[in-house]
Ligand binder design. Structure first.
Ligand code: TXE
Length: 479
């Protein structure tokens, strides 16, 4: 089936007639095509958005909120259809798409539909100067949203919903590797009564379509989630145009385990934080550090549990680990196993591609645990973004803190301990945008989300996102 661009509330083909293949990771087959949109398609999308802006930016908050919440309801009503499409396009287990991806996409619209009605601006009485200052929060105009393949609709809507709520019109591009659910969203937006041109979705490669959005002189802001190298490239292109940027990039997150933790809870959650979504989540805790006195027991129990994880076709209920997103990505992840071996690390389990009967061309891989001897080795420093974690012991709090922080990334960190003083010391010292204590990926959409160092700039979530998608203008009136 052919995916089309969604411009001015219509599904349209790319002007150039240039198409890409869409692969199913579970069996390696091509099951459709998508546009590789050019500058001209992006221009059409921009024009539609520009035309829609005066009306949408003046739509009452009540009305905007109502439409966004309606989109959320329609997504919920189409849960099965969207989850099946997401699982097929991405390779993730259907159970995950049903319980996490699509519900969260619906929540994004509901949350920002509500949040915009609570978003207040400031006023300051300049006492003694007979003046009052107040700050308007005006939408930016046409903004660009570019999202990755790992949580396709979840992250696509995480950007679009606040942008629309704040009164902007949007030109958005999902990943070319997972375009399906973004394509399906257009229909839902029409049904919810989103006026034409307010949201425009263009498909295509990063270096053609994505770049055309970034380089468009009148697209005022770019909200991007993806790889760190791409983020740096976008920042370079956008800087001379003074575009607003929100960049959520890679992670190489530490999972720090102290002996005084709740062991069973930690073990269960660590399994999730290591291998959910085939390890393809920027928040996965891919570097596991365990207090020396607990290390032997943890290593035995963890490896035993990892070996029990079922790698299988994404549509099967029992599947814990589905297919990796693409052949190219599988090859990249497997290349890190070779690096690990060369650097004298020990593969405790996994490490190989899996061929599944009936789906021989699918991109499956064993969940892998690697014991490292040196925290500075490549597999402990570079983002692998697959079902691969490293483990190593530590002796002291100071030592583990130093190792945890000694990477170029700083997205999230997880800490397992029941010692309050240690919790306070460590949470303050960890270089990360998000720290979880005795849990992982517990999300409250009101909280700021984003990273430090090479994990990006800016924060999404809650009012932070609404601030990003608006320009403050201060007005000072002397009376
Ligand atoms: O991401 P890209 P890729 C990490 C992960 C992964 C690596 C590369 O380590 O292995 O990045 O993945 C669009 N101008 N993450 O290559 O290329 C692209 O079309 C404008 C972490 O798939 O960054 C897609 O829509 N746009 C991550 C989006 O950017 C461009 C999630 C992301 O693609 C562009 C995914 C350009 N020049 C990968 N080039 C996370 N933080 O969760 C590409 N794009």
């Amino acid at each position: 089936m052919n995916i089309k661009n969604f411009i001015n509330d219509k599904y349209v083909e790319p002007i150039s007639g240039d198409w890409l293949d869409n692969y199913c990771p579970a069996n390696g087959e091509i099951y459709g095509k998508l546009p590789n949109s050019s500058k001209d398609d992006v221009e059409e999308a921009y024009k539609a958005a520009k035309e829609a802006f005066p009306l949408w930016s003046q739509t009452t908050l009540d009305e905007r909120s109502r439409i966004l919440i309606r989109i959320s309801e329609l997504l919920e009503a189409s849960l099965d259809r969207f989850a099946e499409a997401e699982s097929k396009d991405n390779g993730k287990p259907i159970s995950l798409a049903k319980s996490v991806d699509i519900p969260r996409a619906a929540s994004n619209f509901r949350f920002f539909g509500n949040a915009i009605t609570q978003f207040a601006s400031e006023s300051h009485e300049s006492v003694g100067q007979q003046a009052v200052n107040y700050t308007l929060r005006q939408p930016l105009g046409v903004v660009g949203c570019i999202s990755p393949w790992n949580l396709p609709l979840y992250l696509f809507t995480w950007k679009i919903a606040p942008a629309l709520a704040a009164g902007n019109c949007v030109v958005a591009k999902p990943s070319e590797i997972t375009p399906m659910t973004a394509y399906m969203l257009g229909e839902i937006c029409n049904e919810a009564g989103l006026p034409k041109g307010v949201l425009n979705i263009v498909h295509g490669l990063g270096k053609t379509t994505g770049q055309a959005i970034v380089e468009h002189p009148d697209i005022k802001a770019i909200s991007f989630t993806g790889g760190t190298t791409t983020g740096a490239h976008i920042a370079k292109k956008a800087a001379p145009m003074f575009k607003k940027l929100s960049l959520e990039l890679g992670g190489k997150n530490p999972n720090i385990i102290f002996k005084d933790c709740d062991y069973d809870e930690m073990l269960h959650t660590t399994l999730r934080s290591s291998f959910s979504n085939q390890g393809q989540i920027c928040l996965c805790g891919s570097r596991i550090f365990v207090e020396e006195s607990l290390y032997k027991k943890f290593k035995k129990d963890f490896v035993e549990k990892v070996k029990q994880l079922k790698v299988g076709h994404p549509s099967e209920k029992a599947t814990d680990i589905g297919a990796l997103v693409s052949k190219q990505h599988l090859e990249k992840v497997l290349s890190y196993i070779e690096i690990a071996k060369k650097e004298d690390n020990t593969i405790l389990c996994g490490g190989n591609q899996i061929i599944i009967e009936g789906y021989e061309n699918g991109y499956y891989m064993q969940p892998t645990v690697i014991e490292v001897i040196n925290d500075e080795c490549s597999i402990n420093q570079e983002e692998i973004f697959g079902p691969v974690v490293t483990i190593m012991p530590f002796k002291t709090e100071e030592e583990v803190l130093q190792m945890a922080n000694k990477v170029k990334y700083g997205l999230s960190a997880t800490l397992w301990t029941n010692d309050l003083r240690r919790t306070m010391r460590m949470t303050q010292a960890l270089q990360a945008g998000i720290v979880w204590v005795n849990t992982w990926m517990l999300r409250d959409l009101r909280t700021p989300f984003g990273g430090v160092k090479a994990s990006g700039i800016g924060r999404e979530g809650g009012f932070e996102a609404l601030r990003f998608f608006t320009e403050p203008k201060n007005i000072c009136i002397k009376y």
